[in-house]
Design a protein around this ligand. Structure first.
Ligand code: PEP
Ligand code: MG
Length: 533
């Protein structure tokens, strides 16, 4: 024998071959599942370019394939334009330097999202994956002129309304419309996934922030919510205002007044999450991001906020300026917010517990057992401090309602020090959940939002073979995870452990999580099925 080669096959062909081999008695069901490369399956779940049209097209540039699928449409530059153009019946691709929470409605309205800056865990990438929308991020070859609504790429100038197509799997960008075809799931796909479900031991949860996401994920087989980023619940119309009032409060009294407005919104969202999950576990993470991410930037919004709060525009601007940080990802965020403003965590506790009580009453046969997750803990005393008033508030709510409700308080392990001191932290935590987006950022010491700029050089020079934000660095970050498990479990044998960073949707990272003994993986709903092995 001179040479052997793998038979190259599409995802559909691989599924058909696997099924045929089982039907012919050549392979067992387990072997058939193991024959499928899970990376290929992701593409089956999203619209793709028409193969013939794609063959005739040449890419103009390339960014990071940040959220799979293909999209084509007309270029727009702002979230408002994306919404307005969509209402006129146009298909659009939103092109931004980078996205922020204010762009959410535009991101929802767009077929795809293209950003100049940002890596695999930038705002655009994470939100697009959550929405199942195609996204190419970090295309630094683009020369952007947002003010004049135009950009250039490979010598071609794109104005508002010009045609563009992007491929969120390869990262390719095309200066023309390439028609897309919808995702189809062939019969063999269902069979192979059913076998995977039969043999796997790792549970699969999803990251979901809205009742709609949770419902969708549940329909697609998610066994729980591993991460609800509560801050994402404020993106909707009319919600951001109350949140901004809370941020721009000058006194405890003012903040509590704003929190009173937020409480029923959160409670009703949590109720809808519990309803959607039908008694399966729901992990709700308390407020995490730096508050400056939510403050208004437009003059009109600042004026409106000043008016509602009875403050001057200058006063609001000065509060906003005061929130500025040089290094926000390592700044006033995570449990540090709860340490400074316990009233926020108290409000969130009330909302979680009241929602759980209501849903449990409506469905006595379900097991509604809230999992409250405290983010960014690096020192056990932080967790102890926050947990104390979470427990006091929760117990008071349960007593007032005269019911018997169990709940858990756990923490994310996303700061290296938390992994190093996991034996202390495990004494206070009912569960650990690895936040590998932050754990990767803090272990490597480079920013998840900025690393895209230099990582290409790292791939070219073979310092890195993969984006560590997409594929878990098992040697370094993985060692911290193993250490946390080894330290935590003996101290608290009941401790259950999962992962909710984006790595929870990457096949080789999932395999690693299985090997080190995690109970579940959780990732964006649009990546929910492609990695089950
Ligand atoms: C993480 O850090 O891995 C995580 C899940 O939290 P976030 O991405 O919201 O920081
Ligand atoms: Mg995090």
């Amino acid at each position: 024998m001179l040479q052997t080669r793998n038979g190259k096959r599409t995802a559909q062909a691989a599924l058909k071959i696997a099924c045929d081999l089982v039907d012919e008695g050549m392979r067992t069901e387990q072997e058939a599942v193991a024959m499928i490369d899970p990376r290929n399956l992701d593409t089956l779940l999203h619209p793709q370019f028409d193969a013939k049209a794609l063959k005739a097209a040449t890419p103009l540039g390339k960014g990071l394939g940040a959220s799979p699928g293909a999209a084509c449409g007309k270029v727009v530059f702002t979230a408002d334009d994306a919404v307005a153009w969509k209402e006129r019946g146009e298909k659009v691709v939103l092109v931004r330097l980078e996205t922020s929470p204010e762009d959410i409605t535009g991101m929802k309205a767009a077929q795809g999202i293209l950003t100049v800056r940002g890596g695999m865990t930038s705002h655009a990438a994470v939100v697009a994956r959550g929405m199942g929308t195609c996204c190419v991020s970090g295309c630094s070859e683009i020369n952007m002129d947002e003010e004049n609504k135009k950009f250039t790429l490979a010598g071609q100038t794109f104005n508002e309304g010009d045609p563009i197509s992007i491929d969120g799997t390869t990262g390719n960008i095309y200066g023309q419309i390439i028609p897309t075809v919808p995702a189809t799931i062939a019969g063999e796909f269902g069979r192979v996934m059913a076998w995977a479900d039969k043999y796997r031991t790792l549970k699969v949860r999803t990251n979901a922030d809205t009742p709609a996401d949770a419902k969708k994920a549940r329909e697609l087989g998610a066994e729980g919510i591993g991460l609800c980023r509560t801050e994402h619940m404020f993106f909707g119309e009319g919600r951001i205002d109350a949140f901004r009032e809370m941020i721009c409060s000058s006194t405890l009294e003012e903040r509590e007044k704003a929190l009173e407005k937020i409480l029923p919104m959160q409670q009703s969202d949590f109720e809808a999450l519990y309803e959607a999950l039908e008694g399966n576990p729901v992990t709700i993470r308390f407020l995490d991001p730096p508050l400056h991410e939510f403050v208004p930037t437009e003059e009109a919004d600042i004026e409106a906020l000043a008016k509602t709060q009875g403050k001057t525009v200058e006063a609001i601007k000065s509060i906003i300026a005061g929130l500025h940080e040089f290094n926000p990802m390592m700044g006033h965020r995570g449990c540090r917010l709860a340490v400074t403003y316990p009233e926020i965590a108290k409000m969130q506790t009330k909302a979680v517990i009241r929602a759980a009580i209501n849903v449990q009453k409506k469905h006595p046969d379900w097991k509604v057992e809230p999992e409250i997750m405290i983010p960014l803990v690096g020192e056990v005393k932080e967790l102890k401090f926050v947990k104390k008033f979470v427990v006091e508030t929760a117990d008071a709510e349960i007593a007032a309602a005269g019911v018997d409700l169990k709940y858990e308080v756990g923490t994310m392990i996303e700061i290296p020090r938390a992994a190093l001191t996991a034996d202390d932290i495990a004494k206070e935590a009912d569960f650990f959940c690895f936040g590998t987006n932050d754990l990767t950022q803090m272990t490597f010491g480079f920013s998840r939002d900025d690393a895209g700029k230099f990582l290409t050089a790292y791939y070219d020079t073979k310092i890195f073979e993969n984006d560590p934000f997409a594929k878990l660095d098992q040697v370094g970050v993985g060692k911290l995870m193993e250490m946390a498990i080894k330290l935590g479990k003996p101290v608290n044998p009941k401790l259950h452990i999962g992962i909710c960073g984006e790595h929870g949707g990457d096949p080789s990272s999932v395999e690693f999580c299985h090997k080190i003994g995690l109970d579940y993986v959780s990732c964006s709903p649009a990546r929910r099925r492609s990695f089950v092995r």
